[in-house]
Design a protein around this ligand. Structure first.
Ligand code: NAP
Length: 247
């Protein structure tokens, strides 16, 4: 069985290394090419966009892919929609590996919003010193907030031409630990964190740190995912695949 794993996440990397040891499965992992020095998954890897739904359809046909596993980030909505459409068009199975979102605990001070635009609206009334932990793609949505100071964490520099909010950029890549995150919040006198509800452990420490220090979190809700078969973790994806090859 030939499978294509759409990646860019730790879960996709873990899945690629798990299936590398399964007889009867040949996997190719796909990366968007968005980060300059990605951590490469085990086994066959391809890099770069496919060219929309039609490009992905061609790729699936040319490479005789039997199963498409969408293990992309919960906020990578475009590629997930493309994957759903392309798999349907080619007539192959698609599985979504969708880790659960973080749940708000009673001691959390969260304001949940639908998107970046609404996150920026909320900040106008609530914040002065913000830890913006949404990566580099949507930072321009906050650039008009001239009275707020931002600490912006990202892996690679903002794209040329991006409007950059007032503040400081911190280049770093997860996983992050609780002590580090607390130190940052205290050192920069942060009063509010803006976060995507990514789920998983790699970036959850900042949410715990906010809880323990009584700091507000503006939590951006996930975009909708396409309908279809879904598992919550790598283990679930491996079991699903083993069932398909009759193990
Ligand atoms: P996106 O908006 O859903 O996708 C934009 C375009 O990038 C897609 O239309 C596709 O180009 C290409 N693409 C995305 N993922 C790909 C993959 N795994 N393999 C080949 N092409 C891919 O995605 P995004 O939000 O820019 O994220 C880009 C990548 O970074 C994703 O793979 C995602 O898993 C990872 N990531 C995203 C976030 C986030 O917060 N968005 C966080 C961590 C990691 P074509 O249309 O040309 O095929």
């Amino acid at each position: 069985m030939r499978i294509l794993i759409l990646g860019g996440t730790g879960d996709a990397r873990e899945l690629a290394s798990r299936v590398a040891n399964i007889t009867g499965i040949e996997a190719i992992a796909s990366l968007a090419g968005a980060t300059r020095e990605p951590i490469t998954p085990t086994g066959n890897v391809r890099v770069g966009g496919f060219g929309g739904v039609s490009g992905l359809v061609n790729y699936l046909r040319e490479n005789q892919i039997d199963v498409l596993i969408d293990a992309t980030h919960p906020f990578a909505a475009q590629i997930s929609q493309n994957a759903a459409q392309a798999a349907q068009e080619v007539g192959i199975s698609r599985l979504l590996l969708n880790r659960p979102p973080w749940e708000k605990l009673p001691s959390d001070d969260w304001i949940e919003v639908d998107d970046h635009i609404n996150a920026a609206l909320v900040l106008e009334n609530h914040a002065q010193r913000v830890f913006l932990t949404i990566g580099r793609q949507e930072i321009s949505a906050f650039a008009h907030l001239q009275n707020i100071w931002f600490l912006m964490r990202m892996i690679d520099p903002p794209k040329p031409g991006s409007l950059i909010p007032n503040g400081l950029i911190l280049y770093d890549k997860g996983p992050f630990n609780l002590e580090q995150e607390k130190e940052i919040l205290i050192q920069y006198s942060i009063d509010t964190i803006v976060s995507k509800n990514s789920g998983g452990n790699a970036t959850y420490a900042k949410i715990i740190a906010a809880r323990e220090l009584g700091i507000k979190v503006v939590m951006i809700k996930r975009p909708p995912v396409p309908m279809g078969e879904e598992v919550a973790d790598v283990e679930g994806a491996v079991s699903w695949l083993l069932e398909r090859i009759g193990n």
